[in-house]
Design a binder for this molecule. Structure first.
Ligand code: MRU
Length: 365
């Protein structure tokens, strides 16, 4: 499987996802501004992946920042951090990663500037490596909800390409497959920029998992015919009450699941959970260029001069969410508060492995 982002010999390479699946092109990022451009232009996308990219952007910024001390490096990096934070507003992972880089720098006592640059470079790599491990754990927790023979609907791309590797929603699919379950994946094409058709379909094909691509407006009809068993998606920001922001159209899928009595699962690493926000109404929703809606794969479809609106994300209220699958276990939306940072250590001790207690295993709704 292709990697969304890599750090090599002082450079950052980003796979240009806007060209997938037909062209594989790596963009060499020489500065944090190159990274910010890649995030804004969806060369790299998916909440965990853009968080990792932001961390690498900070590390790149540190390489070129003029500073005589760790303190002045920290000051010099603030515009870099702000620049990266301004790229895309909805995914909380960017803030999570930038804050972690800031905290790492702040933790350095009397280190040399060179040493601090090295530390930031390594911290960005750790964020990537940890993300892959977290995703595998999410996959192990999530696979229990997929039975042999199930047909699983997913929306957008919460796959390897959206993360450091393995994906979040797709991790459950990959682990279920590794467990020998025969599953079939229904992939929403995901207008306007077709992350489902271009990226999830590509990943499923690469992994040899049987799949069917559908238009976004087909899911209800398939559910009504009994041809879908469950839905699983990723998230860009989930608030502490369990409201879930994800790619536009996710809310529709969740409401359809409720109507048809199907479970709707959200795979969410802790880096995508915003404990500072009480509910989804506080989440900033990115509005992108209307041209993406008026066009299809770069070709103008709608007449010139018509209005178009391009909300990139929507918020699914917690009441539609069956369970949220994190690296620490599976939680009902109302239980997420338990994971808020000051309680995280205690929760970690209580639940250490995916094979553990049943308490955090909500069944089908
Ligand atoms: O606009 P995108 O492609 O960045 O949107 C991505 C999604 O909505 C994903 O579902 C989400 O980031 C979760 S990725 C594990």
């Amino acid at each position: 499987m292709l990697n969304a982002i890599e750090q090599k010999e002082g450079k950052v390479f980003i796979l240009d996802q806007s060209k997938l699946p037909h062209e594989v092109d790596l963009i060499e990022c020489k500065s944090w501004m190159d990274v910010a451009w890649c995030i804004r232009e969806l060369k790299i996308r998916g909440a965990p992946a853009i968080g990792i990219a932001a961390a690498m952007g900070v590390a790149l910024g540190a390489q070129s920042a003029r500073a005589g001390s760790v303190e002045s490096l920290s000051r010099a990096l603030e515009p870099v951090c702000e620049g990266l934070l301004s790229t895309r507003p909805t995914a909380v992972n960017i803030k999570w990663a930038v804050d972690r880089m800031r905290a790492r720098l702040a933790s350095l006592g009397h280190e040399s500037v060179g040493g601090a640059r090295e530390t930031l470079w390594r911290e960005a790599r750790s964020i990537l490596e940890e993300d892959i491990k977290i995703n595998r754990t999410i996959g192990q927790w999530g696979a229990q909800f997929i039975k042999d023979g199930d047909v699983v609907l997913t929306h957008c791309n919460a796959g390897a390409l959206a993360t450091g590797g393995y994906g979040t929603a797709t991790a459950a699919i990959f682990v279920a497959t590794e467990q020998g379950k025969k599953i079939h994946v229904i992939v929403d094409e995901t207008r306007p920029v077709l992350q489902g058709a271009r990226l999830t379909a590509f990943e499923m094909k690469e992994a040899g998992i049987p799949m069917t691509l559908i238009t976004d407006n087909s899911a209800g009809a398939l559910m009504r015919r009994g041809e879908i068993d469950l839905a699983i998606v990723g998230t860009d920001r989930t608030t502490r009450n369990g409201d879930v922001a994800n790619k536009i159209g996710t809310y529709t899928v969740a409401v359809l699941c409720k109507e048809h009595g199907l479970p709707f699962y959200v795979a969410a690493p802790l880096s995508s959970i915003d404990f500072s926000m009480a509910s989804g109404s506080m989440i900033p929703i990115e509005e992108r260029d209307p041209e993406e809606v008026a066009s299809l794969a770069g070709r103008r479809i709608a007449p010139y001069g018509v209005n178009a609106r391009n909300m990139a994300f929507d918020v699914t209220p917690a009441k539609y969410v069956t369970a949220i699958i994190t690296e620490l276990g599976v939680f009902k939306p109302g239980e997420l508060r338990k994971l808020a940072p000051r309680k995280t250590e205690r929760t970690k001790k209580a639940k250490t492995s995916p094979g553990g207690k049943k308490r955090n295993r909500p069944g089908r709704s």
